[in-house]
Design a protein around this ligand. Structure first.
Ligand code: PLP
Length: 355
């Protein structure tokens, strides 16, 4: 069998650890610590009939599109449903990037974009952030697609609105994908700023974090309907199943519950950032549901392992280079998801004991 050389050569994306130990405090993959809306469970139970399982789901998720359009104030035709937002990133890559093409994304950021380039047989260009994460050190040469997670992971930061405007204009007509997996935890987002109606901008959203539905696998993209119609040609015909569509529709319709858990996570995030700083950590101000915590005076791998021994799982991350203004040694930190207040109190107590 002759495997494509780019597949053989690639390492493959490594997802965060998913341990099945119920006693563990899991702060490593940015899941929501709260359950989804009770209406989601009811909707899944209602949808779970033999007849629904027998039939194919709606290919475009019409009901979800209607519900999301009403909540977000966009055209239903501007919405594309996805099997998690990773599915949408794959669809966009397949739609825009030829073999030998170019994908650009900032560093440090989401590692998956590089895997998408490798699978596609495309080149990959990393763009360094400025030291304060507000912009790239230089605006890229035209890539076939540019991915910008905003808020970014692992930093939890958003870029300056004027930089975003510059970037969109500079890339025009080439596409900029604003990966808004964490935008619900930020003060502002691409929809507020009017980017969804710009010809070369595509927004992607995830239900895994802010809607507490990582197990369901659902996300959606927002772009001009002329683009969405093209992306529909690329996606699997039935990329979202009947249960995830029912769940996502119920979730987006329960905005009161969504706002309640969102507010709790933001309050916990702000409190913990202050407390971690008081313990000597360098904590980047976050617009997401996690905190990027560094301390150059300690070996963070050891602290990560010590926490794990104490049944608290965080994400240890090390990048070959950091944002500009850092030295050229590897750039490392702990990315800590915001859990419940009780979970974060345990984390703070253990960190105090360890360090
Ligand atoms: C979690 C995450 C995603 C993936 O979300 P899913 O909807 O679970 O596929 C995409 N982009 C970033 C930056 C993320 O952190």
């Amino acid at each position: 069998m002759t495997l494509r050389a780019n597949i053989r050569a690639m390492k493959g994306y490594t997802p965060g650890e998913q341990l099945n130990d119920p006693g563990i405090i899991k702060l490593n993959t940015n899941e929501n610590p709260y359950p989804p809306s009770p209406r989601v469970v009811e909707a899944i139970q209602r949808a779970l009939t033999a007849n629904n399982l027998r039939k194919y789901p709606q290919p475009l998720g019409d009901q979800f599109r209607q519900a999301a359009a009403a909540v977000l104030g966009v055209d239903p035709e501007a919405i594309l449903v996805g099997n998690g937002s990773d599915d949408l990133l794959t669809i966009l890559t397949r739609a825009f990037v030829p073999e030998g093409g170019l994908i650009a994304s900032p560093t440090p950021s989401y590692i998956l974009y590089q895997s998408l380039a490798e699978i596609q047989g495309a080149r990959f260009q990393t763009l360094r952030f400025e030291a304060d994460w507000s912009r790239f050190a230089e605006i890229p040469a035209a890539a076939d697609i540019t991915f910008l997670p905003n808020p970014n992971s692992p930093s939890g930061t958003v870029v300056a609105p004027e930089f975003l405007a510059q970037l969109v204009q500079k890339l025009e007509p080439r596409p900029l994908v604003l990966d808004e997996a964490y935008a619900d935890f930020a003060d502002s987002n691409g929809l507020h700023q009017g980017w969804s109606n710009t010809p070369n901008v595509i927004l992607t959203r995830s239900f895994s974090k802010s809607y507490a539905l990582a197990g369901i696998r659902f996300g959606f993209a927002i772009a001009r309907p002329v683009w969405i119609r093209e992306f529909i040609k690329v996606k699997d015909s039935y990329n979202c199943d009947v249960l995830s569509l029912a769940a996502a529709t119920a979730a987006i319709q329960d905005q009161a519950y969504f706002q309640e858990i969102r507010a709790k996570i933001i309050a916990t995030r702000e409190r913990c950032a202050v407390q971690l700083r008081a313990l000597g950590w360098d904590v980047t101000p976050s617009q997401a549901n996690f905190l990027w915590c560094r301390r150059p005076d300690r070996d963070l791998k050891t602290i990560y392992e010590e926490l794990k021994r104490r049944k608290i799982l965080v994400r240890y991350m090390s990048y070959p280079v950091g944002p500009t203004g850092h030295d050229d040694s590897p750039y490392t930190g702990l990315r800590i998801s915001v859990g419940t207040d009780e979970e974060m109190d345990r984390l703070l107590a253990e960190l105090k004991a360890i360090v």
